[in-house]
Design a protein around this ligand. Structure first.
Ligand code: ATP
Ligand code: MG
Length: 721
């Protein structure tokens, strides 16, 4: 046995070893949080390469987030000591690879654009202006959701329109639409086609469609992917499932890992049954279960286990701790959110005094909006922190602008054009843009082409349009011979963009550009010689902020969804209140169980210590804010109370939860009695219905024991006497 292999295998337990060495056929690992699933998966990759001799380029490894993909790439790079780490990517990222090679099959150019939310918003802006819509008709974020819903449910075959219809036909369809949703939807399809843009849905749909239509291409990919491995399989959705089913169709080697207790994307179409019924869908499936936990202390595990045990609809499994420690899980109840934040900050300071780095501390929450007080407190107490939110870094204005310059050089697309043609100021303002827009509409060309055609027109006198054109054209012909980082620095300089920021004294924005240059540089290092600009642009388009590797010593703040699959030494889970976590949007029993799984995911990220907190106060609608049921779910002997809510508050909370559960059960408060009916009320006893107050969903009842008639809500159960 070789040395590396021994090294590799001695880091695994028996079950993991079995998973790693069972290379052929369909293998499913079902195991709890922190049991080493992801570790088994990455070691399996190394085993295939180092021991069996498979080329990394013939392995596909799918993870759930870009951050997870980066970590995996890193781990595997270390394990196999080879720069070629094959296809380690998210489903979307992998589809980009497919389309980069084979988009010609649907007559799309190789350098299609991957669209992110901001691109979509820019398109919406064009559509809104053209059709006189305002945000009062629909906010951009609602419009994006609507488009996604249309693509997934209403017109699942929309992609055929994109592929087969001419730009003209799409435009006609858009112009003929009268319903606001249709206008937005077809306007969007038209804009997409116009710049050969693809959003996340399209990436998957197009890939699948290519495989369906073109047998040779399908076979090529099937043959190439000798081994396929998928992490976080519990959150796979229908179209991802179809795609992977196709991909493993030739070699039939598919290895999946998942934990049913960690499904947290049902709301977006994830279906746990793909994991649970895997053995029925594929032949001779070998299932491996693991129940040792290497991540967390026994106390943290007990808390997690007793929480998730309250879900009725689940396979029972308990995790056994492999770590040792005496630290308890702390729970703090604050009278106000300031008090809660203060407590968190003080705990962080305490940890920091014990030589624990800030970067080993993470604060998790259900929704972004709860961070405001927390941020204020951290700032006040001078605790450095950074927020990992959706698409923050790459959504910053200057970063987007810089990338638009790169895209302009590469694609000359309208979106980039509109963003930067007048940044810095080139005197191409509204009037001249309208002129260009008219030309574009009349000639069906891009804005850049329009500008080039019209630059001699008197209307562009006194502008820097010519300089802009020569700048872009000069870079377009040379960028392929230069490194991306060189091109970036150079264009920021020669376009006058950086100078503009300098003169406005905006240091923070300049810092962000420096950070972007660093990111490009890191990318080049990771790709080696062949780092190409178009690839880089696709790469960042798939990026969300959580992927920016931030090694500086700061406390991390993020949502629970963003923390999926990751682990942190010290975890604070804050704002554990009814209406926040569980979210007030929860309206079914299934929804509540998903919230509980989400809480389980949150708590099971913690390795050494876990701090739970919430605070009293009022919700936006003025109602009282109660501690979360998830705190009450935990076996109380595993929690150490730092400051306990008063008994009366606990009693009220239980009462509140009791009633809220009746609604989850599908209970609808409605009228069941008529005027004159004799009834019995739990507290007031016998009475008679005097009238129905239907606008208030209540009865007027005269009770025998009480002199004046009382208003009683439909909500409380009363019996017929
Ligand atoms: P999750 O469900 O949260 O994704 P997971 O099952 O993927 O968790 P990993 O992230 O692979 O778990 O492992 C959790 C931690 O335990 C990691 O720090 C990992 O390095 C460690 N670990 C895994 N297996 C072993 C082992 N056999 N010996 C020691 N440590 C291990
Ligand atoms: Mg994992």
């Amino acid at each position: 046995r070789n040395f590396i292999l021994d090294q590799l295998l001695c880091q695994l337990n028996q079950k993991q070893l079995e998973a790693v060495t069972s290379t052929e056929g369909f293998i499913r690992v079902i195991a709890g949080a922190g049991s080493g699933k992801t570790r088994a998966l990455s070691h399996r990759f190394a085993f295939l390469v180092n021991e069996i001799g498979i080329l990394p380029g013939n392995i596909l490894c799918v993870t759930f987030t870009n951050k997870a993909a980066n970590e995996m790439r890193h781990r595997i790079h270390n394990l196999i000591a080879d720069n070629d780490t094959g296809y380690i990517n998210t489903f979307h990222g992998f589809c980009v690879s497919i389309l980069q090679e084979d988009s010609h099959a649907v007559q799309y150019p190789k350098n299609f654009l991957v669209l992110d939310n901001q691109d979509i918003d820019s398109m919406l802006k064009i559509i809104y202006e053209e059709r006189g819509l305002t945000l009062r008709h629909k906010t951009f974020s609602k419009a994006r959701d609507m488009i996604e819903m249309y693509k997934l449910e209403r017109y699942p075959n929309y992609y055929l329109d994109l592929i087969t219809m001419s730009l003209d036909t799409l435009r006609q369809k858009y112009l003929r639409a009268t319903d606001v949703n249709d206008i937005i939807f077809y306007g969007y399809l038209y804009q997409e086609k116009k710049c050969f843009g693809l959003d996340y849905n399209d990436l998957l749909k197009f890939s699948l469609y290519i495989f369906e239509k073109n047998k040779e291409i399908r076979l090529k990919w099937q043959k190439r992917l000798e081994y396929i491995m998928i992490d976080e399989f519990q959150d796979i959705d229908k179209i991802q499932y179809q795609l992977m089913k196709v991909l493993c169709g030739y070699h039939k080697n598919l290895f999946i890992v998942g934990d049913p207790d960690q499904t947290i994307y049902s709301w977006r179409g994830a279906d746990i049954n793909y994991l649970l019924n895997f053995d029925k869908a594929f032949p001779d499936v070998k299932t491996i279960m693991m129940n040792e936990n290497y991540r967390s202390t026994p106390q943290i595990l007990s808390v997690c286990n007793s929480l998730i045990d309250k879900n009725k609809n689940r396979m029972k499994k308990d995790l056994l701790p492999m770590c040792h420690s005496k630290n308890s899980v702390l729970y703090y109840h604050g009278d106000t959110s300031e008090e809660e934040s203060d407590w968190i900050a003080d705990q962080i300071i305490k940890l920091h005094k014990k030589d624990i780095s800030y970067k080993d501390i993470t604060i998790l929450y259900r929704a972004h909006y709860v961070t405001r007080t927390l941020e204020e407190t951290l700032l006040k107490k001078k605790i450095p922190y950074s927020i990992y939110s959706g698409i923050q870094f790459f959504e910053r204005m200057e970063v987007k602008d810089a990338l638009s310059y790169l895209r302009m050089i590469t694609y000359k697309d309208d979106l980039s054009f509109l963003r930067i043609v007048n940044v810095p100021k080139r005197n191409i303002g509204k009037k001249r843009m309208e002129f260009l827009q008219a030309y574009v509409n009349a000639h069906h060309c891009s804005f850049y082409e329009a500008l080039k055609e019209c630059v001699e027109d008197p209307i562009f006198k006194g502008t820097d349009a010519k300089d802009f054109i020569s700048l872009i054209d000069a870079f377009s012909v040379t960028y392929e011979q230069r490194t991306i980082s060189e091109v970036l620095s150079d264009i920021l300089d020669r376009s006058g963009y950086e100078e503009m920021l300098r003169t406005t004294g905006n240091q923070e924005r300049l810092d962000n550009l420096a950070e972007l240059k660093q990111a490009v540089y890191d990318y080049e290092i990771s790709c080696g010689e062949e780092a190409l600009l178009p690839d880089y642009l696709d790469h960042v388009a798939l990026f969300t902020n959580s992927d920016v590797t931030d090694d500086s010593d700061k406390v991390k703040l993020m949502t629970v969804h963003a923390a999926k699959g990751l682990e942190f030494p010290h975890v604070f889970l804050c704002a554990l209140n009814e209406g926040i976590f569980p979210s007030k949007k929860t309206s079914t029993i299934e929804g509540m169980e998903e919230e509980r799984r989400l809480a389980f995911v949150a708590m099971s990220r913690a390795m050494k210590s876990l701090f739970l907190s919430e605070s009293h106060g009022k919700n936006f609608d003025g109602s009282t804010r109660y501690p979360s049921r998830f705190i009450l779910d935990i076996d109380q002997k595993f929690l150490e109370y730092v400051k306990k809510p008063e008994d009366t508050l606990i009693a009220e909370t239980k009462n509140y939860i009791h009633y809220s559960n009746r609604y989850l059960d599908g209970y609808v408060a409605e009228q069941t009695f008529q005027v004159g009916d004799k009834i019995i009320h739990n507290v007031f006893g016998q009475g008679r219905i005097k009238s129905i107050l239907s606008d208030r969903n209540a009865y007027m009842i005269k009770f025998e024991q009480i002199e004046t008639p009382r208003i009683i809500s439909f909500r409380v159960p009363i019996k017929r006497a």
